[in-house]
Design a protein around this ligand. Structure first.
Ligand code: SAH
Length: 262
């Protein structure tokens, strides 16, 4: 048994206190198994981070809030029907060390989840950590979203597409919405002036077959910076030519639709 598990068994020292409290604020009661999974996730993240650049947030308190709690806050824009849907599926685009996808998987248990990242070292960590956490139904794909989104296995296949800290919204919707099935939704985790980002993304959202639903402000203890969940519904199919070649969505985002041009 590893050191922290012993600590847990022998002393009952409360692990992941900030996460547990924050989850309560979201109406979630984490099980002992889930808390232990988050604890293990944290330990391995810090351990790997000494060799591989995975994250700048390694402080125990901070990681609980800024990685784990922030990730699971995505469920506040999901309905009970969506979460309980038998074959509910999720894809996380540019997941890095697994955020927000893996905490969501720990929380929800059942759904099929695909984690996409273009960086080999991050993918190696994801493969390791999903085994350590004994999570089934997690698929890890190394590659660029621009290419993966054209593969039939992934194109327009997911109920929920999530992404955090990958690109500005105008570029991100081109990477993310092609994965989303009709009737599904894309949730982008954003900080700061989302109003302007959303205005600039109107053209891209429309072109990709999306419709802006809402930007929900997330207010949780310890998450003091302005955080939003920008929710886009998928209402039309994405035209086959999107996403464009790797790098193009970021370099030349689809332009904003100007409403006031006569
Ligand atoms: N979502 C994580 C990581 C953010 S860093 C978090 O919030 O902590 C951005 C990540 O996106 C990096 O790991 C990078 O490798 C990946 N990425 C950037 N552009 C990508 C693309 N076009 N396709 C796939 N992954 C991409």
């Amino acid at each position: 048994m590893s050191g922290y598990a012993l600590l847990w068994e022998n002393t009952g020292v409360s692990l992941m206190k900030k996460l547990i409290e924050g989850a309560c604020q979201l109406g979630i009661e984490l099980s002992t198994r889930q808390v232990k999974q988050f604890e293990l996730y944290y330990q391995k993240l810090v351990e790997w981070n000494k060799q591989v650049n995975l994250t700048a947030i390694i402080d125990y308190q901070e990681a609980q809030v800024k990685h784990f709690l922030d990730s699971i806050s995505v469920i506040s824009v999901l309905t009970r029907e969506e979460i309980n849907k038998a074959d509910f599926s999720i894809i996380d685009v540019g997941t890095g060390a697994g955020f927000p996808g893996l905490p969501l998987k720990i929380l929800l248990g059942e759904p099929r989840i695909v984690l996409v990242d273009s960086t080999a070292k991050k993918v190696a960590f994801l493969q390791y950590i999903t085994q350590e956490l004994e999570l089934g139904g997690v698929e890890i794909v190394r590659g660029r979203a621009e290419e993966i989104a054209h593969l039939p296995l992934y194109r327009q296949q997911f109920d929920l597409v999530v992404s955090r800290a990958v690109a500005k919204l105008s570029a991100l919707v081109e990477l993310a919405l092609p994965f989303c099935r009709l009737g599904g939704k894309f949730v982008a985790q954003k900080k700061g002036d989302v109003g302007q980002e959303m205005r600039k993304a109107t053209g891209a959202i429309e072109t990709m077959g999306g419709k802006l639903n809402q930007a929900k402000r997330i207010e949780l203890k310890g998450l003091d910076d302005e955080r939003y969940l920008v929710v886009v519904d998928k209402i039309y199919f994405t035209p086959g030519k999107y996403p464009r070649r790797s790098g193009i969505p970021m370099r030349r985002p689809i332009q904003e639709v100007s409403k006031d041009v006569a």
